[in-house]
Design a protein around this ligand. Structure first.
Ligand SMILES: Cc1cc2nc3c(=O)[nH]c(=O)nc-3n(C[C@H](O)[C@H](O)[C@H](O)COP(=O)(O)OP(=O)(O)OC[C@H]3O[C@@H](n4cnc5c(N)ncnc54)[C@H](O)[C@@H]3O)c2cc1C
Length: 509
């Protein structure tokens, strides 16, 4: 593309949602992606007919309309559909035993009964009653409708009845979830379970996770007939749907195009320089890289105080990964997801204490060759970078440490597939160094470790004119729905209040 009006650095879900709306508004948008695959944390890769996933496995709110999920809203705005497979159940292997849990009101209640008894059910039902209005309040105004502009005032006035009705719950939205849990849940299993869910969505404990995010999630997951959505074909299908939308409006994506520097003149971003020295100028730059990588793209002398402050934002820990391709003959009732917790008393953030396993080919046979399965396992944001920073990929010590640390996966995998070792055709282990390399996140982090107790995630502004940010380092935070919202809000910031109003009217949200 010649003379793009806007360059988006990075094709994570945030960057793609931003680029999609910019392209829809007839802006000439060029996305520059360092990796050979689009999608960032949500990219997929193929090997011997297996389709492996690098990140998200839990999706919802993208396959049907209306939806409160900002990603579903952006897909709709781009006229794109993602085929989904509905499911409800997960396997859990926790210190109390092995159970099927999942979403919806029935199965979980049955499991609370068998784990903790009747009183705990009452506690849970009361808790959900307390949480529900907070979830409703969080959904009373869509994230796409709020931005720091005059249209937001109009949107607030338009929704005043709904907002006033839920006024009492608004005080909870900006804070942490922990206090609500402490006030309403005493049962140890329920407290641990909520702590685990908080950790899985934010990389932080319940004391630090945002209450609005958890209230919407619990309200959504534990309502009658709730279901989750697996995108048929995996994360790649979501990324491809966003790309189809972008291309349909004339936007472009360039892979293997690592940006080395954002060119700044008189405190104004005017273009970028690629690793190969090529310079591309544009009116606006949006950076979807994490905040630590973004700062490294800026000339050292610009916005010094801002960049030092942001650089010092604490990071969530990293990941260990295991990818397996294996023979499926004779395997029955394999859970799509399994979550394993070794010991609640160690604390949910302790390294190698929690493992998530995902075997999407149980639900979607297109993910693996016939009669084969794929498995992606990871330790969610609990692997310390410090254990890896001085190791060299390929060195003897690295290989030994990798085998040792990743041995944590075998116990939960063997519980589901006892003879897994005889079935394996492909095995790949990943460490924080691999995560950093392929997901392009600093130190392989999940994102900023910002406690909701102290502050919200920073917005998409930066002191350099014509440079905006989006993605998991910006408001509303980490995870697919928040980064989609962040990308959309950044596009709206560039396009202005009229685009915002038209979009909201068009979507009817
Ligand atoms: C293992 C794992 C499991 C997860 N599970 C879930 C889940 O089940 N549900 C959920 O909602 N969320 C989940 N998440 C979180 C979610 O996937 C991420 O928060 C989200 O995808 C991040 O999107 P982003 O827009 O911030 O960009 P990222 O995905 O971080 O992408 C940023 C992009 O920018 C590119 N880039 C960086 N620097 C440059 C440069 N200099 N030049 C060019 N390109 C550059 C990178 O290559 C990358 O493609 C999971 C994450 C991981 C890692």
């Amino acid at each position: 593309m010649k003379n793009p009006e806007i360059i988006v650095i990075g094709s994570g879900i945030g960057g793609l949602c931003c680029a999609g709306l910019l392209a829809k508004a007839e802006k000439k948008v060029l996305i520059l992606e360092a990796h050979s695959k689009p999608g960032g944390a949500a990219h997929s890769f193929k090997k011997n007919g297996y389709k492996f996933e690098s990140g998200p496995s839990l999706w919802s709110g993208i396959g049907s309309w209306p939806t409160t999920n900002p990603l579903g809203q952006v897909l709709k705005a781009l006229n794109q559909k993602v085929e989904i497979i509905k499911y409800q159940d997960w396997g859990v292997q926790i210190p109390e035993g092995d159970y099927t849990i999942g979403v919806g009101d029935k199965v979980f209640i049955e499991q609370i009964r068998s784990i903790s008894g009747r009183d705990a059910i009452k506690e849970w039902e009361n808790f959900i009653k307390v949480i529900k209005p907070i979830g409703v309040a969080a959904n009373a105004i869509p994230l796409l409708a709020i931005n720091s502009n005059k249209e937001t005032i109009f949107q607030l006035i338009k929704r005043r009845k709904k907002l006033l009705k839920n006024l009492k719950s608004f005080k909870y939205l900006g804070g942490a979830f922990g206090k609500l849990v402490d006030d309403h849940l005493q049962d140890p299993f329920l407290r641990n379970w909520v702590d685990l869910l908080c950790f899985l969505i934010s990389g932080l404990t319940k004391e630090e996770t945002n209450a609005a995010a958890m209230a919407t999630l619990l309200d959504d997951w534990f309502k009658p007939n709730a279901y989750l959505e697996y995108p048929k074909g995996g994360s790649e299908s979501v990324v491809n749907a966003l790309l189809r939308g972008i291309y349909s409006y004339g936007g472009e994506l360039k892979l293997n195009s690592k940006v080395n520097q954002i060119i700044v003149k008189n405190n104004k971003a005017i273009g970028i320089e690629l690793e190969n020295g090529e310079k591309i100028l544009s009116n606006h730059i949006v950076c979807n890289a994490d905040i630590w990588n973004t700062i490294e793209l800026l000339p050292k002398d610009v916005a010094k105080i801002w960049s030092t402050d942001r650089k010092n934002i604490p990071k969530c820990k990293s990941f260990l990964h295991i990818h397996l391709g294996f023979k499926a003959e004779g395997l029955k009732n394999i859970p799509l997801h399994s979550i394993w917790v070794d010991n609640w008393s160690k604390g949910i953030t302790t390294d190698r204490n929690v493992v998530v396993l995902s075997i999407p080919s149980t639900l979607d046979p297109t993910m693996a060759p016939a009669n084969k399965h794929i498995l992606h396992g990871y330790t969610p944001a609990n692997e310390p970078w410090e254990k890896w920073e001085n190791l060299k990929i390929g060195s003897e010590e690295y290989i030994k440490t990798k085998e040792e640390r990743c041995s944590i996966f075998w116990k939960p995998i063997k519980k589901i597939i006892p003879d897994i070792e005889e079935r394996i055709e492909i095995k790949m282990l990943g460490t924080p160094l691999t995560h950093q390399r392929f997901l392009n996140t600093k130190n392989g982090t999940y994102g900023p470790a910002l406690s909701a107790e102290d502050e919200l995630f920073p917005g998409n502004n930066c002191p350099i004119k014509n440079l905006l940010l989006c993605g998991s380092s910006t408001f509303p935070g980490i995870g697919i729905p928040p980064v989609a919202a962040s990308g959309a809000r950044t596009a709206i910031k560039i396009l202005g209040p009229r685009f915002q109003r038209n979009l909201i009217n068009e979507l009817g949200i």
